[in-house]
Ligand binder design. Sequence first.
Ligand code: ADP
Ligand code: 5GP
Length: 213
Amino acid sequence: MMKHKGVLTVVSGFSGAGKGTLMNLLLKTYENYALSISMTTRAPRPGEENGREYFFITKEEFEEHIAKDELIEYAQYVGNYYGTPKAYVEEKLNEGKDVILEIEIQGALKIKEKFPEALLLFVTPPNAAELQKRLKGRGTETDEVILQRLHRAAEESEGIEQYDYLVVNDDLNECVQQMHTIIRNAKYAAFRNEEFIQDIRQELKDLAKGEKI
Ligand code: ADP
Ligand code: 5GP
């Protein structure tokens, strides 16, 4: 049977679109996913744990990771640094896992540059009013921060066409199913199976010599 490599998937979406909720359910429902845990300089929200949602570090520590080239990508988002540690992603991809990076758009585009075979998904709520409702309903940010995030969402909406797929998070279960289907199908794209193609090409050339007929 054809063996597929793990797919590096980037999931972006407006703050409050439901990315965290979706990722939790995706990982609970299906095997073979590995979710990268980012580093950030933002303060933990109530209920968040260091090493689970993020590695919460200081600006100085973050800048040291940049200097040591330990991040695959990093970006600033509404006044804080966020970045993806390199070691975990490389390790899990080598194990054949489907690695998910839940990161914002600047980071997503850097990943696409470094890993052209990466799959880019953008998650939105069904409409903007629902986004505001979810942000307020989450109850973890002040109205001022919510407004900053809505501003940033309006900017981010300009970049959606640069993603491979757009997924609407209306019904949570349906959305998780759709994401899983997209990632599974991406494994079959010819350009993600270059090694298999090269192998069968060589085998055919060898067989066509007719020495074994
Ligand atoms: P993000 O990680 O994109 O910032 P969250 O996962 O924190 O978003 O979700 C924001 C809020 O919206 C949370 O309170 C969450 O429970 C809620 N939420 C997520 N998905 C849905 C959905 N499909 N329908 C209704 N509410 C949702
Ligand atoms: P939040 O503060 O809501 O957890 O995250 C804010 C934004 O930062 C979200 O859009 C989230 O996807 C993004 N983000 C989280 N981790 C990273 C990362 O490692 N790199 C980049 N570029 N963005 C990240």
